[in-house]
Design a protein around this ligand. Structure first.
Ligand code: HEC
Length: 141
């Protein structure tokens, strides 16, 4: 498998961060859509700002540190949601995730932060911006 630049370092960081998440009895609970949840329509412009904002994490990382120019995304990112994401399956026990759930997964694991409130404009915005990145994503052959 060909790795994109930064992917190896990103994966190591995720492994480290996941160790603390694994301690919970259901590590996937915090990233699972609550019952009755209706996704909000997000603002991709705000989403791009947040994507570059290190203040979202507790460890100085921003989403862009790993995911700029499609870094760290695996082939699964090219598929419609919900789908299986290796990290969520291995570390959160989730067989398949929605995009907003995966944003939350990266909030709790690599960003070492709390999940965003489900009804927040921040979660909707990051989801909208990430969806826009998905449109131009082509997996490494
Ligand atoms: C330390 C690096 C790192 C940071 C920071 C990070 N991520 Fe990730 N993210 C990853 C890795 C590695 C994967 C791939 C996991 C896999 O495929 O197993 C991933 C996967 C994803 C996916 C799922 C891709 C798919 O295959 O469907 C989304 C969406 C995502 N990240 C969004 C974000 C957002 C939004 C942020 C900021 C809140 C963020 N990530 C921060 C490393 C990071």
């Amino acid at each position: 498998m060909l790795l994109r630049p930064k992917t190896f370092a990103a994966t190591l960081l995720v492994q480290l961060a996941a160790t603390s998440v694994m301690a919970a009895s259901d590590p996937g609970a915090a990233v699972t859509r609550p019952t009755g949840y209706k996704p909000l329509i997000g603002d991709p412009v705000l989403g791009e700002k947040l994507f570059n904002d290190k203040k979202l994490s507790t460890n100085g990382m921003s989403c862009a540190n790993c995911h700029a120019i499609h870094g760290a995304f695996q082939a699964s990112f090219g598929k419609p949601y919900p789908h299986t994401v290796g990290m969520a399956k291995e570390h959160l026990g989730r067989k398949s995730v929605y995009l907003d759930e995966m944003v939350q997964g990266c909030m709790v694991m690599p960003m070492a932060a709390k999940p965003l409130p489900w009804d927040s404009k921040e979660l909707a915005a990051l989801t909208a911006y990430t969806a826009s990145l998905q449109k131009t994503f082509k997996p490494v052959p």
